[in-house]
Design a binder for this molecule. Sequence first.
Ligand code: C5P
Length: 401
Amino acid sequence: MARGKPVIVVGITGGIGAYKSCELVRRLQKSGFCVKVVMTEAATRFVTPLTFRTLTGEPVAVSLWADEPHSKVHHISLAEEADVFAIVPCTANVIAKLAQGRADDMLTTTALATEAPLVIAPAMNTHMWRKETTRRNVETLRTRGAVFVEPGTGELACGDVGEGRLADVNAIADAIEVEARRCRDLAGAHVLVTAGGTQEPIDPVRFIGNHSSGKTGFAIAEEAARRGARVSLVTGPVSLPDPFGCEVVRVQTALQMRAAVLARFSSADVAIMTAAVADFRPAAMSAEKIKKTDAPASIGLERNPDILAELGGMDSGAILVGFAAETTDVIANAQGKLAAKHADVIVANDVSDPSMGFGTDHNKVYFVTGAAVDESPVLGKPAIARDLLDRVAALLEAKRG
Ligand code: C5P
């Protein structure tokens, strides 16, 4: 992932604000970024690709079919190169397409293919901006982690006065720079993440387990890798594919998870334990499947080691993050765990609400540290991963002085 200048791909859609993107491109170049442009057909009615080609010195991508020959499929190479993908201006139509995951032109295909953070600066007529359907699309994208630079109020090209004007170019450039900085802020760090639930075998076909989907841990691992960290992800059995760019160790039991974590902890700068580790395991696993007729009335249990507490006891200097799923006294219990496990941060959530937490795509969490309790809004798990890693990056920077 180490490259020269960070690459900002600027996507331009068909609105009169497209002319302001020329200024944006210049400002980003002055700030030290390599800028590449992708336009919709409609955008080329407002500003020609030649303008951007001249400004950037790079080919401008417009069509999936008719561009200049390129060494790699162009939308994929752009998607991979992008440190940040900014869509400025972004029409209501393109916002709707992004929310639906449609990919019917060069710009939306690149947006769907990229792993880079999306910065979206909408510009449209006030009524279009306020429409329920647009609001919903914006919300959908926001919970997936897109950053919106809200439009300003003023005279619009259609003659109306109101909300919908493209935000100030400097504000847009600032938002892009924040994202660009963020995408390298864990460079050089080794981040160890646990995820999923463990399965504790009773016999060869049965186990004690839980409902953890692994989504939060996988989102954190993926986001940490995107931000330049070397990531080791130790996960219990889950049905998620390996996140891009991470070392993935798949284990079944708490003891296997502990061994995989301990083998990697000495080089870790950060350990983020999201796994729902089974607190107990059957004291003895039957080598044969237990017959219904011979089933014991009870199963003897043994306590599993608490991996996070064990890391906390080592005083290694690594930043330790734990998770706490609670149904009552969420904050007080999280503060108790923070102290008991010697963690730096506990991310606490209330799992009494079945619409959030385990297995869902959203969550509302509290970041509990020795100094403060910060409440997050309801966010998608990737957005929670980003918020958590912002905090971790700040702690790392403070530690490195
Ligand atoms: O004590 P409790 O299980 O609620 O603590 C949750 C936190 O501790 C999570 O971060 C979880 O990954 C970690 N943990 C662990 N090993 C265990 C139990 C919990 O690492 N055996």
